[in-house]
Design a protein around this ligand. Structure first.
Ligand SMILES: Cc1ncc(COP(=O)(O)O)c(C=O)c1O
Length: 444
């Protein structure tokens, strides 16, 4: 034995344990995590050489590779172009960039590029307390890294949405270079249509962060940001969109102003913020885009139906699910106030004990400095939907959650039922089983 042997053996054991624990033994209700199909996993596992390569360079206004700085790139260039074209086809847009390694990176490049193109450092954003991602905020990437000045949209807590009328006044007065929509606690479509005119009037670009809802948009539900007036969509590729972890930016080079903006965003991607672009994920991203083209509508509709079913069922059983008057949600998530059950932290821990994994969440009316003990939970249904759970199974799952929250049964008994549920739903639906199946489908 060496002095490092113990560490290495434990590392291997923990890695193996993790795969079985989270994939086979736990129900995952974390709203920001996606579930890849066997075909997407297969092509990821076949992309190991690609995973170690570099492809620094510049792209054109179609999103295709224009210039490379290294040799040995011929297939890598094809791969990036094909993945980009599959995204453009899925989202019906003229430009896509798949070089971003995460949603945060997509925001970084977009916010930087658009602030350069507009020569304006002001950005109107949803308040962090009302569900925006930290990367939009002055306390995170936007303010503390990029030095942008944040001005908040006015948020209506009862509606769980941006107040379009009041935010129009803010935009008109602030004259920002960027107006953002989208967020992490994201139940209802944001009012892009309503704020499009005033944003254009002051010369602002509209950037929509679809990280949470990209799969829903691909499936034609929730909202259609481009049709409603967004200039750019930024996103992760691994939440409701069930691809490998990564990021994308989508847009349309429809006029000189947008072409200039795309060029500025491309500059913010390379050379400003990338060297290697984690190329091993690109084939898997393309296959995930194909899956969403084929199965996305059914997957998205069932995901929202399952979230609404859970909202209604938990509400009827004594849990304060927010936004009852609005049908609880139009996305994959619901927001729940569990202060009557001991608060978000305690309930999340109790659920973890029975192998139900989710996260505590600050609600807009909570003390925002008390991050450790918020009254809320955010519950996402994209993973369980992809495993095939429909309304009846969702109600059964809610019963198990209620049993744990109300301490009606011993945790060990509830955990047994969760393990049974996992066994019953042990396949990934709305996707391809293998690459062979993908090839057969495409050749038919
Ligand atoms: C709205 C939103 N934007 C961006 C991100 C960051 O994405 P990533 O984790 O891929 O960097 C998240 C993460 O959850 C998010 O919720």
């Amino acid at each position: 034995m060496h002095d490092f042997s113990n560490l290495v053996l434990k590392l291997i054991e923990a890695s193996r344990n993790h795969e079985s624990y989270r994939d086979k033994e736990c129900i995952n209700l974390i709203a920001s995590e996606g579930l890849k199909s066997p075909a997407v996993k297969q092509i990821l596992s076949l992309s190991t050489d690609l995973e170690g390569r570099y492809a620094e360079g510049e792209n054109d206004l179609d999103g295709h590779v224009k210039k490379r700085y290294y040799q040995g790139q011929k297939y890598m260039t094809e791969i990036e172009n094909y993945a980009t074209d599959l995204l453009k086809n899925l989202f019906n847009c003229g430009w896509a960039d798949s070089r971003l390694v995460s949603g945060t990176h997509a925001n970084l490049a977009t916010f930087k590029g658009l602030s350069l193109a507009s020569k304006n450092r002001k950005m109107v954003v949803t308040p962090l307390s009302c569900g925006a991602h930290i990367s939009h905020d002055y306390a995170g990437l936007a303010g503390s890294v990029l030095g942008l000045e944040n001005i908040n949209h006015v948020y209506n807590i009862d509606e769980f949405n941006i107040d379009a009328d009041k935010s129009a006044h803010i935009i008109r007065a602030a004259k920002p270079g960027i107006v953002t929509f989208g967020g992490s606690l994201f139940l209802f479509p944001h009012p892009i249509k309503e704020l499009k005119t005033v944003s254009k009037e002051v010369g602002a670009f509209i950037a929509y962060d679809a990280s949470h809802v990209l799969g829903l948009i691909a499936g034609g539900v929730f909202q259609d940001p481009f049709n409603e007036g967004a200039d750019f969509i930024t996103s992760s590729t691994h939440k409701t969109f069930p691809g490998p972890q990564g990021g994308i930016i989508l847009g349309n080079p429809k006029n000189k102003r947008l072409e200039k903006a795309i060029k500025a965003i491309q500059f913010a991607i390379f050379p400003l913020s990338t060297s290697n672009t984690h190329l091993g994920r690109l084939p898997a991203l393309g296959i995930a885009a194909l899956e969403m083209k084929i199965f996305g509508k059914d997957l998205a509709r069932q995901t929202v139906k399952n979230a609404q079913t859970a909202g209604q069922y938990l509400y009827e059983n004594g849990v304060k699910v927010l936004c009852e008057s609005k049908g609880f949600t139009q996305s994959h998530q619901i927001a729940v106030d569990v202060c009557n059950f001991g608060g978000g932290k305690k309930v999340a821990q109790k659920l973890e004990e029975v192998n139900i994994v989710l996260n505590k969440n600050l609600l807009p009316y909570n003390d925002q400095n008390d991050r450790d003990n918020p009254s809320g939970l955010r519950i996402g249904f994209q993973d369980v939907t992809r495993r095939g759970l429909k309304e009846d199974a969702i109600k059964h799952l809610c019963d198990l959650m209620l049993s744990a929250m109300k301490e009606k049964k011993k945790p060990s008994k509830i955990k047994e039922s969760i393990l049974e549920l996992k066994k019953e739903f042990n396949q990934v639906k709305y996707g391809f089983e293998s690459l062979e199946e993908v090839i057969k489908y495409c050749e038919a």
